[in-house]
Design a protein around this ligand. Structure first.
Ligand code: PMP
Length: 405
């Protein structure tokens, strides 16, 4: 039986996950070492469980070597670990045809998206093609595509940029408007799975129907991998790009998954040099850890914490919560916040609010969150959650926010 407690908004808190969560939380040394602090900035980068730290230590003390080169045991072992992580990424993304896809390791989502733009998109587009750019999403998912347009224009190839349409109320993509906008020359669509400011799931599975079978869809999954199931089969996308470091792996890690069914494959582009072997080892272990913890449970936990915070905040007069107004009343997947809640205080600037919150032990992100030019015009404070966060932290935060009237 699922035991839940209901709060004012009708959303139920998953009490049945309390023991499960406690067992996972204690595996994060930096979290348990600082009970007076609350880390609420996981959308920027996540903390690492002991298993990831151990895997890195073991690797460096037993088999550190270069990958794909030597013929001795350590080198072979390193090559094996890199290849295993590649397979692990495919499996984690529910790749329906792993023999026909590729995984390219990067330092994070920014580098992944840039790599696609530079190493693939420039040779894929021809004069008169159109690309769809999500102008209110993260700058990392805007700048590379505009740069490609400029680069190609300098060579005489003119590509039209179509601005991704958004729904006014929910900040979800407007899939109906997108279908009207997209034509036979729309060959590339950049999209984001979970919005890094509003926390909404952007219903990416509807894009394929809107743009047709031939357009290449590139997904920025920086805020979804490690938080909710990301299935390349269900979403019907061609590229998935994510940050390993936001999914519990070491800083400087990320990956591009590329389906090779449409257009040319994202070729490794010749000589890549020495890979970030330690980071790759940490990524494989982090994905194992997340899978064992249960992605569905992580999603239930972090969305429930986000709902708890939204519920606490919306009764406090000086605060404005960004994103969908209806989010809690309806409780549909469109309107849930995936572990990200962003807000403003009427009278306190977001940078100051960030300082005040840290003086109470809360680590949050303030200001403009690298949103593109069509995004928010004034700063805000973002609280972003992962499996180690607790309802007690949220309640303490709400109490402090309430005291700042
Ligand atoms: N896209 C989104 C949606 C993000 O939230 C972020 C990180 N804030 C990025 C891209 C950039 O990721 P990274 O720092 O790993 O390059």
């Amino acid at each position: 039986m699922t035991v839940t407690s209901t709060r004012g908004n009708g959303m139920a808190f998953p009490e049945d996950l309390r023991d499960w969560q406690h067992e996972l939380r204690v595996q994060f040394p930096i979290i348990t070492a600082h009970p007076e602090l609350a880390y609420l900035d996981s959308a920027a980068t996540a903390q690492k469980p002991q298993a990831v730290l151990d895997a890195v230590h073991t690797y460096l003390t037993t088999s550190n070597a270069n990958a794909g080169r030597g013929t001795y045991t350590w080198a072979n072992r390193t090559t094996e670990l890199v290849e295993r992580t590649r397979d692990r990424v495919k499996e984690f993304l529910s790749d329906p045809a792993p023999e026909r896809s590729g995984v390219h390791f990067t330092s994070g989502t920014t580098e992944g998206l840039r790599t696609i733009a530079r190493d693939w998109l420039t040779s894929y587009l021809t004069d008169g093609d159109e690309i769809v750019v999500p102008v209110a999403d993260h700058e990392a998912n805007i700048a590379p595509w505009l740069e490609t347009q400029r680069l190609l224009a300098a060579q005489g190839t003119h590509v039209r940029v179509l601005r991704m349409p958004y729904q006014a109320g929910s900040h979800d993509y407007d899939h109906v408007a997108l279908a009207q906008l997209a034509g036979p020359r729309t060959r590339f669509v950049a999209a984001t799975h979970v919005h890094h400011v509003y926390g909404g799931n952007m219903n990416v599975h509807r894009i394929r129907q809107a743009v047709g079978p031939d357009a290449v869809i590139c997904l920025d999954a920086a805020q979804s991998v490690g938080h909710l199931p990301v299935s390349t089969a269900d979403l019907d996308v061609d590229f998935v790009v994510f940050s390993g470091h936001k999914a519990l792996a070491l800083p400087g890690t990320g990956a591009v998954w590329a389906r090779q069914a449409r257009g040319p494959a994202l070729a490794p582009g010749g000589w890549n040099g020495t890979p970030n072997t330690t980071g790759i080892v940490s990524l494989g272990t982090a994905l194992d850890w997340l899978q064992a913890a249960g992605i569905d449970r992580i999603e239930r936990w972090t969305t429930a914490l986000a709902a708890r915070l939204t519920d606490g905040l919306r009764h406090l007069d000086p605060y404005e919560i960004l994103g969908c107004e209806l989010s809690l009343a309806a409780g549909s997947p469109v309107q849930q916040r995936q572990g990200i809640v962003t807000f403003r205080h009427r009278d306190i600037a977001s940078g100051d609010l960030g300082f005040i919150l840290f003086s109470h032990g809360f680590m949050v992100r303030s200001d403009n969150h690298c949103q593109g030019s069509a995004g928010e015009k004034t700063g805000s404070v973002r609280v972003s959650l992962h499996v180690y966060n607790t309802p007690e932290e949220i309640d303490r935060l709400v109490a402090v926010l309430a005291s700042l009237r």
